[in-house]
Design a protein around this ligand. Structure first.
Ligand SMILES: Nc1ncnc2c1ncn2[C@@H]1O[C@H](COP(=O)(O)OP(=O)(O)OP(=O)(O)O)[C@@H](O)[C@H]1O
Length: 266
């Protein structure tokens, strides 16, 4: 009997832990995005529903019950990109995902490739630092998958190795490729002059323009990291998960790039 009780309490603890982890993941995913406000609105509706139910207010309870029933479908439609991303994050943390501890343990040759990634990180950081010093605007997207979707109508395919000098020349004001974003996937620069989706998040600072807004936009529904060099202020910023971290140092940029390109954290 006691054993049964113990088992129950363990299960309860695990249950609670899983719920906490899921809520934290959900919070991290939605933080700073428009969906976060919708999420808060839904929490308020749920809270009111439980309150009126506890108070036995039958009419209000049945109205809210109906709203919640329809709301499940609405949630799936509204949060479709977030749900997709949430599942992606969960998949990444499984023991068989490509960046997991177990995979690295049994596939030690993954470690060998870090040298190449370190070199790439240094090149990108160097380029961003030089561009910031020269107050040359730039927008670089580090995409985590080859399936990255971007508008190809105006973009130019490059498929080149990553080098600081090439990145700097792409964004130099005389270059025909300097407008728009540069897409990097793995160890290649895939395309330049890419038009990115502009974020409609009303919580972004009003002083930022389209370069920063489109950097946020491309990270809102995908696993990308976007690096922005401000032409106006000569500073480096990054966008990730729809959140903009402004005016970071080259060292901080390096850490971000490590997280994305080596640790596979996003
Ligand atoms: N949708 C877009 N996708 C990619 N790049 C864009 C997009 N819209 C604008 N840009 C780039 O941003 C440049 C304009 O930047 P703008 O001054 O509006 O932004 P900002 O965030 O204030 O940046 P900065 O601090 O460098 O001035 C354009 O010349 C173009 O290169």
């Amino acid at each position: 009997m006691d054993l049964l009780k113990l088992e129950f309490s363990w299960l309860d603890a695990i249950d609670l832990l899983i719920v906490i982890v899921l809520v934290i993941q959900l919070y991290r995913l939605l933080k700073g995005s428009l969906a976060f406000n919708i999420f808060l609105g839904l929490c308020v509706i749920y809270a009111i529903y439980f309150l009126v139910k506890a108070l036995h207010m039958t009419i209000l309870t049945s109205i809210l019950q109906n709203i919640i029933n329809v709301g499940i479908i609405a949630i799936i439609v509204i949060f479709q990109p977030e749900i997709r991303k949430f599942l992606l994050v969960l998949g990444k943390k499984t023991p068989l995902s490509k960046d997991s501890f177990f995979t690295k343990l049994f596939l030690p040759d993954k470690f060998k490739s870090y040298k190449e990634e370190e070199a790439i990180i240094n090149e990108i950081t160097l380029a961003a630092t030089h561009l910031a010093q020269k107050r040359t605007g730039a927008l670089i997207v580090i995409a985590n998958t080859y399936r990255v979707k971007f508008d190809t109508a105006s973009s130019i395919n490059i498929d080149a190795n990553i080098s600081a000098k090439l990145i700097e020349s792409i964004f130099s004001k005389e270059s025909p490729l300097h407008d728009g974003g540069l897409i990097i996937v793995g160890n290649k620069m895939l395309a330049a002059k890419v038009i990115l989706p502009v974020s409609e998040n009303p919580n972004l600072p009003t002083r930022i323009g389209l370069r920063h807004r489109s950097a946020v936009g491309i990270t809102e529904h995908s696993d990308n990291l976007a690096i922005i060099v401000s032409e106006e202020r000569g500073t480096i910023s990054v966008a990730q998960d729809g959140v903009l971290s402004m005016d970071i140092s080259p060292e901080e940029l390096k850490v971000k790039l490590y997280e994305v390109m080596v640790d596979g954290i996003s």
